[in-house]
Design a protein around this ligand. Structure first.
Ligand code: NAP
Length: 248
């Protein structure tokens, strides 16, 4: 029986979707998990929660610092601003681009800068980023999302080369296909068929195993997670593009 008893974790963007599934999986395996998001998670169970709005620069940094406590063993960053729907670049308002930068990229930066000093003390701590196939496949109607996710991957790649792997390991996980999450549902018609979509809880097994083994053998890697919970490195094969002009 896997146990993360005695470990403390933080999930930024853990109120819904993939972040929530990772928070639940860690919590069910015994970790004491704190979620940060704008809205309180429903059916919170053992999760602790603090409010943070990553789009509000003035308050986000202090809210993060306030919420984080020692010891800290594992951090997941899953917050995202997709935008209302897929939009061609010249139709995209500046406000959407700025929101994507604030939440997706600056939110990751703030989370890293606040938590890395504590994760190092865990020797080793785990930083788990939720990434996307858009890092490897640009696509129409999603330039801002793709650019911010690619910048996140680049940021993590550089930091990973700065950090001592005996102190902290940085790993990304990304879905092999589309995932049925509240953020995606907001962009689909009410009669949309999600039969081919993955479920967020596919991320539970990989998140627990990485936390158990603190990411040994996967430091710096991006792991593509399948609907059955299995995973593989992007170094073996690149993920399939989910870009489709028909999806708005
Ligand atoms: N779903 C997919 O098909 C898919 C595919 C590839 C990659 N991903 C990646 O998976 C991750 C999670 O996506 P998801 O689809 O599961 O998303 P989701 O259900 O929309 O969840 C997004 C999370 O981000 C939080 N969030 C959004 N804006 C925020 C803000 N301003 N401040 C603080 N928290 C904020 C949300 O909480 P509040 O609303 O309560 O603030 C929520 O907890 C993202 O990194 C995404 O790029 C998803």
């Amino acid at each position: 029986m896997i146990s993360l008893n005695g470990r403390k974790g933080l999930v930024v963007g853990g109120s819904t979707g993939i972040g929530r599934a990772i928070a639940d999986a860690w919590s069910q395996a015994g970790m004491d998990v704190q979620v940060l998001s704008r809205s309180q998670p429903t059916n919170q169970n053992k999760l602790r929660w603090s409010a943070v709005d990553l789009a509000d620069q003035a308050s986000a940094h202090s809210a993060l610092k306030e919420a984080i406590r020692e010891p800290l063993h594992a951090v997941c960053f899953a917050a995202v601003h997709y935008g209302e729907r897929r939009t061609m670049f010249t139709d995209t308002p500046l406000s959407q681009w700025r929101q994507q930068l604030e939440v997706n990229l600056n939110g990751l930066w703030l989370t890293l800068s606040t938590t890395l000093p504590l994760l190092r003390k865990a020797r080793p701590g785990l930083f788990l980023n939720v990434s996307s196939e858009v890092v490897f496949n640009g696509g129409p109607g999603r330039a801002g999302y793709a650019a911010t996710k690619a910048a996140c991957a680049s940021l993590l790649d550089s930091i990973c080369q700065e950090e001592d792997p005996d102190e902290v390991r940085l790993i990304s996980v990304l879905p092999a296909g589309m995932v049925d999450s509240p953020g995606i549902r907001r962009r689909r018609p009410s009669d949309f068929d999600y039969a081919t979509y993955m479920r967020p809880d596919s991320f539970g097994p990989v998140a627990v195993e990485l936390a158990m083994k603190t990411g040994i053998q996967h430091n710096g890697d991006s792991l593509v997670v399948s609907g059955d919970g299995d995973w593989r490195s992007v170094r073996n094969s690149l993920p399939t593009s989910q870009s489709d002009r028909r999806r708005k």
